[in-house]
Design a protein around this ligand. Structure first.
Ligand code: EPU
Length: 339
């Protein structure tokens, strides 16, 4: 266990917001977790559980307790004729997990290549991209419960997975720390090329691409479109894509015949990036904050922005989109306000 007092969090969140942890505690195994929490009451809202810090916006300038579970490791739990189940420790870097799966020709997460963050954080927002979602391959999630002070296991059906959503964002928020995830991957990968730009890249091929080729293409698409947190502070998509009613969509389409849309079970999904761009915010900058030039949904920190400045910018976008389209955007990013 490592405890650092008054630690800067600037390098521990991809937005690069310079907040402080009064105590930063890095725990490397389940035994240490149990002993750390043995005499401690559940920490509730004084606590931030940090993974790779790639989907958070730090609004508080000082956080009493920041916990990171850093244990790494990938092991094969079981193999049957169709699938292989891997158990991945929470501290693994997500993209290393994808690279491992792809190099072993295990399918189901190749489209999730290059998503920043750790394996332990991945189920919290149910990461998704290019037609795949983490919950499609989750078998179970293991976590240390602050209430029972034991490791517990929850099967996929009990995790409340939805679009960028899970029970770990809701009733289990700050009640548990995820220690490992169980992934059930395909032994005979079935490429998912449902996402149009991905389909287009392989449309002239007669045979199905290898998952290693899909991974390379995804990495290429992400690098051209999305802001690299190593170069410019950001937390990926700042807003969720809203789902609107068919009536509302018809009205929108009358005014904007080219509005992109993705039918869902519960309505029509309209890309927030399109709404933000059409409202005139793409590439716009106010002070240290802006909407990224090639993907309006990504807000960026040009350097030195506080959490408050970023939220203020996001609120301006939200208000404007609401005024122009009558659609209420919701934050996809987790706003951290504790203390
Ligand atoms: N679009 C615009 N202008 C923009 C951005 C997008 O018009 O500035 C329109 C385009 O027409 C495009 C459509 O929006 O056809 C969809 O854009 P894109 O494929 O870039 O995806 P997205 O809906 O903006 C979602 C996820 C991303 C994920 C991509 C690819 C959410 C909130 N975001 O973005 O996830 O990588 O799909 O699957 O669902 C993240 O969660 O942090 C993230 C980056």
């Amino acid at each position: 266990m490592k405890i650092i007092e008054n630690a800067s969090l600037a390098k521990l969140n991809t937005f690069g917001v310079d907040a402080k942890a009064r105590h930063l505690v890095i725990i490397d195994n389940e035994k240490e977790l149990a002993s750390f929490f043995a005499e401690r009451a559940q920490s509730g809202n004084k606590l931030l559980i940090l993974g790779g810090g790639s989907n958070i916006l730090l609004l508080s300038s000082e956080i009493p307790l920041v916990l990171q579970y850093s244990k790494k490791g990938i092991s094969t739990i079981s193999v049957d004729s169709d699938t292989t189940t891997l158990e991945v420790s929470a501290g693994e870097i997500w993209d290393d997990v994808v690279a491992y799966a792809v190099s072993n020709n295990l399918g189901g997460i190749e489209n999730l290549s290059l998503i920043p963050g750790t394996a332990g954080a991945a189920p919290i927002q149910n990461i998704g991209a290019y037609g795949q979602e983490l919950c499609d391959v989750v078998s179970y999630i293991k976590y240390f419960s602050f209430t029972s002070k034991r490791i517990e296991i929850r099967q996929k059906a009990e995790c409340g997975f939805g679009y960028r959503d899970s029970i770990f964002k809701k009733s289990l928020k700050n009640q548990v720390i995820i220690t490992a995830i169980g992934l059930r991957l395909q032994n005979d990968p079935k490429p998912n090329l449902s996402y149009a730009p991905l389909h287009d890249r392989f449309k002239d091929r007669r045979t199905s691409p290898e998952i290693s080729e899909i991974r390379d293409v995804i990495i290429d698409i992400r690098k051209t479109k999305l802001a690299d947190p190593e170069e410019i502070g950001n937390g990926g998509s700042f807003f969720k894509n809203p789902v609107i009613s068919p009536n509302k969509f018809e009205a929108l389409k009358k005014e904007f015949p080219h509005v992109p849309s993705f039918p869902q079970e519960n309505g029509i999904k309209v890309p927030a990036g399109w709404l933000i761009e059409t409202a005139g915010w793409k590439g716009k900058r106010i002070g240290n904050v802006g909407s990224y030039r090639t993907q309006a949904l990504v807000l960026v920190n040009y350097g030195g922005a506080t959490g408050k400045e970023i939220i203020d910018f996001a609120e301006m976008i939200k208000t404007d989109v609401s005024a122009k389209f009558g659609i209420e955007l919701e934050f996809e990013i987790n706003v951290v306000e504790v203390g």
